[in-house]
Design a protein around this ligand. Structure first.
Ligand code: ATP
Ligand code: MG
Ligand code: MG
Length: 348
């Protein structure tokens, strides 16, 4: 069978490995740590030094197609790989998604609407931007942020210096959107350009970490799904995208407000493993391997996914025989660390 190369060693790679195995593919994980949780479901693991050309050349030779489960892989080695083996999604998706200012400009160019924002490289930039954007605002580091790490809320002028001290530049500052609901668009695109859209989940965050994703979402979200998914379609077409793309939105007063995108499978799509006919992981594998996409229809009346964070082992959830428990095999629990998730599928 063919071998799928996966850059990154987290739980997304682990679940991609399970889906790939079911379709008869082998997976070769390239991750900084040989003991990664993705290594546990991979056929082969190589310890990544993404800048070591010998390691990369061996990896390219061993794989029939390469994908990534982590958007902070450096772009240059991925471009180098793409000259030797097909890489999906296109490395340009990685370049756009890993730099917040580039991402917002790209999306604005396609007619999308982020919160009012400005790039900031100095405290003076930040003060000038806040004079226009107002308070409250959020300062976000340009690169490498996740789960709200590298962000600071600025409530008033008294908080500006401390936020700059904590985050520094390069960063973006954006207006705080007082939203009622947050949702995501999960879409797969095949090599033939066919797209498959999942039901849009309502996402609830606490301390900037995703806690639950629920489908179907409430009416206020459903009213903005067409506009949001139209933007996702334009993003995919522009990037000649192959695979699953996730776009995060806030429900705005006059249409969806774009937050950020992830050029990969996404935490808010984990409910699709049991809640949709074809999971996001399987559809990502199908797309990058040139197979037809599978149905995204709900298997029941809806689904809720709850993340297991910190020391929540999820075992209590098994008191309900309908609960689907997924544990990621991480050795040590830390506050704020995603250890697994539990999905309940609604049966009307
Ligand atoms: P991840 O990549 O893990 O989703 P991240 O660190 O890239 O997270 P964001 O998605 O930018 O962070 O923000 C995390 C959460 O913080 C959002 O899902 C939202 O709940 C809140 N948030 C972010 N930006 C804004 C904003 N402009 N207005 C209001 N809330 C926001
Ligand atoms: Mg993010
Ligand atoms: Mg986010």
């Amino acid at each position: 069978g063919s071998t799928i190369g996966i850059l990154g060693g987290g739980q997304l790679g682990r679940m991609l490995g399970v889906a790939a195995a079911q379709l008869g593919y082998r997976t070769h994980v390239l991750a900084p740590d040989r003991e990664s949780v993705a290594a546990q479901t991979a056929s082969v693991t190589t310890r990544a030094d993404y800048h070591n050309r010998i390691v990369l050349a061996d990896f390219a030779a061993a794989c029939d197609v390469v994908t990534y489960e982590f958007e902070n892989v450096a772009v240059a080695p991925v471009e180098w790989l793409a000259e030797r083996v097909p890489v999906h999604p296109h490395p340009r998706a990685l370049a756009v998604a890993q730099e917040r200012a580039a991402e917002k400009r790209f999306v604005e160019g396609l007619g999308g609407r982020p919160a009012p924002w400005a790039p900031v490289d100095s405290l003076a930039d930040l003060e000038a931007a806040l004079a226009r954007i107002g308070y409250p605002a959020i300062l976000k580091t340009s690169r490498f942020g996740y789960d709200g790490k590298g962000q600071a809320v600025i409530r008033d002028a008294g908080g500006v210096a401390a936020a700059w001290e904590a985050i520094g530049g390069p960063a973006v500052v954006e207006g705080f959107i007082a939203f009622e609901h947050e949702f995501s668009i999960l879409m797969a695109r095949g090599q033939d350009g066919a797209v498959a859209l999942y039901d849009a989940p309502l996402n609830v965050h606490r301390e900037a970490i995703l806690r639950t994703s629920t489908v179907p979402a409430p009416a206020a979200v459903l009213a903005q799904v067409d506009a949001a998914s139209e933007l996702a379609r334009r993003i995919m077409a522009e990037l000649d995208y192959v695979g699953v793309l996730a776009c995060e939105f806030f429900v705005g007063a006059d249409g969806p407000v774009f937050n950020e995108m992830a050029p990969r499978v996404h935490n808010s799509g984990h409910w699709t493993i049991e809640g949709a006919e074809t999971s996001q992981f399987e559809n990502h594998v199908r797309a990058i391997c040139g197979l037809p996409l599978g149905s995204t229809a709900l298997t029941g009346t809806g689904a809720t996914m709850r993340n297991l964070i910190g020391d929540d082992d999820g075992l209590a959830a098994l008191g309900d025989p309908g609960a689907h428990l997924h544990l990621y095999g991480k050795a040590t629990a830390r506050p704020g660390r995603k250890m697994g998730h539990v999905t309940m599928v609604g049966r009307g």
